[in-house]
Design a protein around this ligand. Structure first.
Ligand code: ASP
Length: 601
């Protein structure tokens, strides 16, 4: 029977009890982690979010009734214990914060009982994630998940502290809003009052934070929930949290300055990592050329080398063909991997194909200086030698080449570089390598849409020195956009915004918006720009990702209390779900037969 709290007050959390309480009476409450019954003594590991504390039940001390209750305890029962803290006489547990003390129970109440949980509540659970997510309320009791969520809370608080000190105002922006053109699909909410119309959930507070700058708030920030209806990948969630900011009267360097100090403060206070400032910067072009990625992991080398010039007249058609089509030939040097078995190389080739490569050319430099290669027969001795030299190939090295249009070559080698680093154990989890990537292209050609799209978003300021190319060579215009990258993960990104209505209108025209459509979608912003707008810029961090990296988790789900799985469903609540006919009627909606929808898909 569940007992009440009447007259009871918790004096300490489990691990707040320490040596300095020896001899004192304490009252602790929590969950039974483990019970050991030694006949005349019963030991309990009591758990709360702070950790474990050993409780000892000895019949003469706790009384007959109390001892009987202790005998009835099972895992996950919730109990309150009052007792005296003593130094442990035996079995000191060095791994436990409270490992050298115990509480000798004088009174116990069973606050609630528990059925046998479907899996043990323990650190580093071996239970399948699906099962854990279905019972997330139990999974959330596990110490590693609790640590993650506590860290998230701490990081939010640190962000708020810092922003407040720097003069930022925390201002909320709407969740029920209009579509923000951030590039992903919107989540829509039907309006009951205006049948046939929809709100969109914000992909980010972008337009509102720009409006706040127009309204003179000068420095805004928000820890904001954002929604994007994308196909989920490992580090994505349909809803996620951004630490979002916007500043007036600033340019790129000002934003970078505040954010470097913010990162330094948050990482130091949260996990004791000291970030050396300034954080290195690299242009987008350099990042692509050297690492094949706009979010390079700079914890290790294995950089890409452009060998187009070296092979442009060789006899290997795959190389020369790619160059004739305007592409490039680039390689990476997997140091010391020359003896990699053929089977493994074939696997790398398959891996490369997954990133769009037609194949992967390789050359191993044997210890005796001869070569083992997929293409040596098409090249002269001279050409091979020069190629190996360019790649700084030494005996024992494995050189891997991709030849194709630039984008594919970058993607393939960028991914291959990471894959090899993973395999070779080059990714040191205790290293925190930050990097700013700057000068992104303003636009990106979309093959599907057959038009240019904004690489960041349509409000990003082009670089002044490139603006004259907007008609003649739009793809060559760079933007005042920047990303902050940590160990190969994009931690945040932002840009200086366009604040001149003529540039904004031109930009929208290049993106294929008619004036009417632009005004229909975000006329409120364009109108605001007519009434005195300060130059402004901003940035947003993915808070979940930040905490994931701090806690060295593999998945973003580990730092979200109630995450969704790959198909965007929630295993705990079983959302999304169907709704009553009556609700649909009120919203003037009718749902197509599911089979019809599936047939069309
Ligand atoms: N709204 C942008 C994003 O979500 C960030 C920014 O430009 O401030 O990526």
């Amino acid at each position: 029977m569940a007992e009440s709290m009447k007259g009871l007050h918790r004096s300490h959390r489990c691990t707040e009890v320490s040596n300095s309480e020896i001899g004192q009476q304490v009252t602790v409450m929590g969950w039974v982690q483990k019970r050991r019954n030694l006949g005349s003594l019963i030991f309990i590991d009591l758990r709360d979010r702070s950790g474990l504390l050993q409780i000892v039940f000895d019949e003469p001390k706790v009384g007959k009734e109390g001892f009987a209750k202790a005998e009835a305890l099972r895992s996950e029962f919730v109990i309150a214990v009052t007792g005296t803290v003593e130094k442990r006489t035996a079995a000191v547990n060095e791994n436990l914060k409270t490992g050298d003390i115990e509480v000798i129970a004088e009174d116990i109440r069973i606050l609630s009982e528990s059925e046998t949980p479907p899996f043990p509540i323990e650190e580093n659970s071996q239970t399948k994630e699906d099962m854990r997510l279905r019972y997330r309320f139990l999974d959330l009791r596990r110490p590693d998940v609790q640590r993650n969520l506590m860290m998230k809370s701490k990081v939010s608080m640190l962000l708020r502290n810092f922003m407040e000190q720097e003069g930022f105002l925390e201002i909320e922006t709407p969740i029920l809003t209009k579509s923000t053109p951030e590039g992903a699909r919107d989540y829509l909410v039907p309006s009951r009052v205006h049948p046939g119309t929809f709100y969109a959930l914000p992909q980010s507070p972008q337009l509102f934070k720009q409006l706040l700058m127009c309204s003179g708030y000068d420095r805004y920030f928000q820890i904001a929930r954002c929604f994007r209806d994308e196909d989920l990948r490992a580090d994505r969630q349909p809803e996620f949290t951004q630490a979002d900011m916007e500043l007036s009267f600033v340019d790129v360097d000002d934003v970078i300055d505040v954010n470097e100090r913010l990162l330094q403060y948050v990482f130091r206070e949260a996990i004791g990592v000291d970030i050396e400032l300034p954080i290195p910067r690299m242009t987008w072009q350099e990042a692509m050329d050297r690492y094949g990625s706009d979010k390079p992991d700079t914890r290790f080398g294995m950089e890409l080398v452009n060998v187009s010039q070296v092979v442009k007249e060789c006899g290997f058609g795959v190389f020369t063909g790619a160059l004739e089509n305007g592409g490039s030939v680039r390689g990476i040097n997997a140091k010391g991997q020359g003896a990699m078995p053929r089977k493994k190389i074939d696997k790398l080739v398959e891996f490369a194909k997954g990133y769009g490569a037609k194949g992967l050319a390789y050359l191993a430099v044997n210890e005796d200086g001869t070569y083992k290669s997929s293409f040596a027969k098409f090249m002269t001795e001279e050409e091979l030698k020069s190629l190996v030299e360019h790649m700084q190939g030494e005996p024992g090295d494995l050189l891997l080449f991709a030849a194709d249009e630039n984008k594919i070559v970058w993607d393939v080698l960028g991914a291959l570089r990471l894959e090899l680093a993973k395999e070779l154990g080059l990714l040191d989890k205790n290293k925190y390598q930050f990097l700013w990537v700057t000068e992104f292209p303003l636009l990106e050609w979309s093959k599907e849409e057959n038009r240019f799209m904004a690489m960041h978003h349509p409000f990003t300021m082009p670089m002044e020195e490139d603006w004259d190319k907007i008609d003649s060579d739009p793809g060559a215009v760079r933007a005042k956009a920047y990303d902050i990258v940590l160990n190969g993960t994009e931690l945040g990104g932002g840009s200086v915004r366009i604040h001149q209505d003529d540039i904004q209108e031109k930009m929208l025209e290049v993106l294929g918006f008619t004036k009417e459509r632009a005004y229909e979608q975000f006329g409120f912003l364009l109108n605001a720009f007519k009434y005195g707008v300060p130059p402004h810029a901003g940035l947003a961090y993915g808070v979940d990702r930040m905490v994931m990296l701090m806690m060295q988790c593999d998945s973003i789900r580990d730092v979200i209390a109630f995450p969704k799985v790959k198909d965007a469903s929630c295993l705990l609540t079983e959302a999304p779900g169907t709704v009553d006919e009556k609700q649909l009627e009120e919203l003037a909606l009718s749902v197509q037969q599911i089979e019809e929808v599936q047939e069309e898909a």
